[in-house]
Design a protein around this ligand. Structure first.
Ligand code: HEC
Length: 189
């Protein structure tokens, strides 16, 4: 069969009456196509064949950065057991920092001056838990007495804030605020 019409794209051959068009892809498409082929070659060389970098190497670098940040954060967090609680009892800066925490978090239940309210009086010689040492107070403040309504502050305060507020509570001893709550617990001589 002859050409149906004189089309510049029509090719010379003909299969059972089906004629082939030679319709080239547009130039912009071809350029994009070849660029992707070249890019794939460069990419494969860069990430798979060369030792310049690879996903593995990048992952290791990023994990090392995370590890370094984590170590730095741990190093700056004061360790509770490393702090000498006894020394805080006479540390006026620690006590002042502890008062800020007390006013913010404790005064609502223990009274603005520690005389008690919902919670017991913290200024007298009577203690429900322990004997009023900074270690005893620290333990109660950190772990709370959940079934009696005293929160576990280590969940909500930094370790150093718990240390400081404990030192402040020790400093309240014997201050005798007005309208203090009656004694609870055992008298400690
Ligand atoms: C929601 C109320 C509430 C808040 C807020 C609260 N406490 Fe208490 N606290 C209590 C209660 C109630 C008790 C008594 C627990 C018991 O009867 O065993 C208590 C007990 C204590 C005791 C032990 C007293 C004793 O006689 O043995 C200490 C010390 C103490 N609180 C310190 C603090 C400090 C410091 C804060 C702030 C960081 C604080 N509390 C915040 C309610 C509270």
């Amino acid at each position: 069969m002859d050409k149906i019409k004189d089309d510049p794209y029509l090719m010379d051959h003909n299969y059972d009456g089906i004629q082939e068009l030679d319709n080239p892809m547009p130039t912009w498409w071809l350029i994009t196509f070849f660029v992707t082929i070249v890019f794939a070659g460069i990419y494969y060389f860069h990430y798979e064949l060369s030792q310049i970098t690879s996903s593995d190497i990048e992952l290791k670098q990023e994990l090392a950065e995370v590890e370094a940040l984590r170590n730095a954060a741990q190093a700056s967090e004061p360790k509770m057991e490393a702090t000498d609680l006894n020394a805080l009892v006479s540390d006026t800066n620690a006590i002042a920092a502890g008062k800020k925490q007390y006013d913010l978090r404790c005064a609502a239940c223990h009274g603005p001056a520690g005389g008690g309210g919902i919670g017991p009086n913290l200024t007298d010689d009577w203690w429900i838990h322990g004997k009023g040492s900074i270690q005893d107070i620290h333990g109660i403040v950190a772990n709370g007495v959940l079934d009696k309504g005293m929160p576990a502050w280590k969940e909500m305060m930094s370790a150093s804030d718990v240390n400081h507020v404990s030192a402040y509570v020790v400093s309240l001893k014997g201050t005798n605020p007005a309208n203090a709550k009656k004694a609870e617990g055992q008298k400690v001589e």
